[in-house]
Design a protein around this ligand. Structure first.
Ligand code: MRU
Length: 333
């Protein structure tokens, strides 16, 4: 039973399920404030490529509510603030640019806020539909009842709908095609052990959490039939940026002859980006590595490297599932 949503828009307020507190506490952020919305993206209170884009679209609309002067400057201010929150997920920029087009077409209208809000709601609904399309198309990759390994969180929490990779897994489970899910814990922010586990529990799917470094062990001991992850930005040639550690999995799959799939909506495909080398990789705050829940686990003075994403080369990806179809190599989006 899905009794939770990552984002809801109610009575001119955005309601965000605070993902930094899950799964131990289910708390909501209720706001119409642009800065608070931008911070919620930066702090990963809301995260996941499609969910970030939807949040930004609502945030932009809300900022323009009751603004009657210097509309262009106000729009640019909000657009730029939201665009600087996270650099890698292209869905953020995709959604912001759709909003910009609507804004430019309607700048002189007296009901500008209503028009922008309608557009944001359409972007939200479109993602719900895309999730459904991926789940349905993804069924075709299952040749037998499978043990699936996944990374990060790609479900309801990461999208406006049922998810990308996790929606495929859930639909396959409902069809008797998944027996067990291995959830990579996903260091450093533990999207797997906190968020994917939360969603799998809610969906009643048998699962176990493993440290990221155990994935090779699980594959070596024949515990994994296939791997499926999401993506934050897919280049024209199919190279795909996703949560740090995804590339490790793709290399391991290649060695162990295990299929490695990506599920992502077409809004994650950046046709302007020729290959993965051109994708900007977000670097996170070192404290996310040296601390867990504000508790130091090593000396703060130590130097840290913390890329939030890595890029999996197209040749390691068995297929990319979108809401349109299943794409096989050679990729040319
Ligand atoms: O840093 P996050 O938690 O926003 O990273 C999210 C991921 O890497 C997901 O796999 C990706 O956004 C696809 S989810 C639909």
């Amino acid at each position: 039973m899905n009794d939770f949503k990552s984002i809801e828009f109610v009575d001119d307020k955005l309601i965000i399920l605070d993902q930094t507190k899950l799964p131990l506490e289910e708390e909501y952020i209720v706001t119409d404030n642009l800065e608070r919305i931008a911070q919620s993206i930066e702090r990963l209170e809301i995260r996941g490529a499609p969910a970030i884009g939807i949040t930004a679209a609502y945030g932009l609309s809300l900022y323009l509510k009751n603004k009657n002067e210097n509309i262009q400057e106000e729009f640019d201010f909000a657009f730029n603030r939201l665009a600087e929150t996270r650099p890698t997920a292209v869905n953020l920029f995709w959604a912001l640019h759709l909003m910009k087009t609507t804004f430019e077409e309607s700048i002189d209208k007296t009901n500008l806020y209503e028009i922008l809000l309608k557009r944001a709601k359409e972007i939200h609904q479109d993602d719900i539909d895309k999730c459904e399309g991926m789940a349905q198309n993804g069924l075709k990759i299952f040749e037998k009842k499978s043990r699936v390994l996944t990374h990060c969180n790609t479900g309801i929490l990461a999208t406006g709908g049922n998810g990308t990779a996790l929606a495929v897994i859930k639909r396959a489970f409902e069809n008797g095609l998944v027996s067990h899910v291995h959830a990579d814990e996903t260091r450093p922010l533990l999207q797997g052990s906190r968020l994917t586990a939360f969603e799998l529990e809610k969906a009643g799917i048998p699962f176990s959490i493993n440290t990221d470094s155990s994935a090779a062990y699980l594959m070596q001991h024949d515990k994994v039939d296939l791997v499926i992850t999401g993506a934050d930005r897919i280049a024209k040639n199919g190279d795909a940026a996703n949560k740090i550690g995804t590339y490790n999995l793709a290399v391991l799959c290649n060695y162990h002859n295990i299929p490695f799939y990506i599920a992502a909506p077409t809004s994650t495909i950046d046709k302007e980006c020729a290959d993965g080398g051109k994708i900007k990789i977000e670097q996170r705050n070192k404290k996310e590595i040296t601390h867990i829940n504000n508790h130091a686990i090593t000396k703060e003075k130590y130097d840290v490297s913390s890329p939030a994403f890595d890029v999996t080369p197209n040749k390691l990806i068995t297929a990319i599932i979108t809401e349109e179809s299943i794409h096989y190599p050679p990729y040319d989006f």
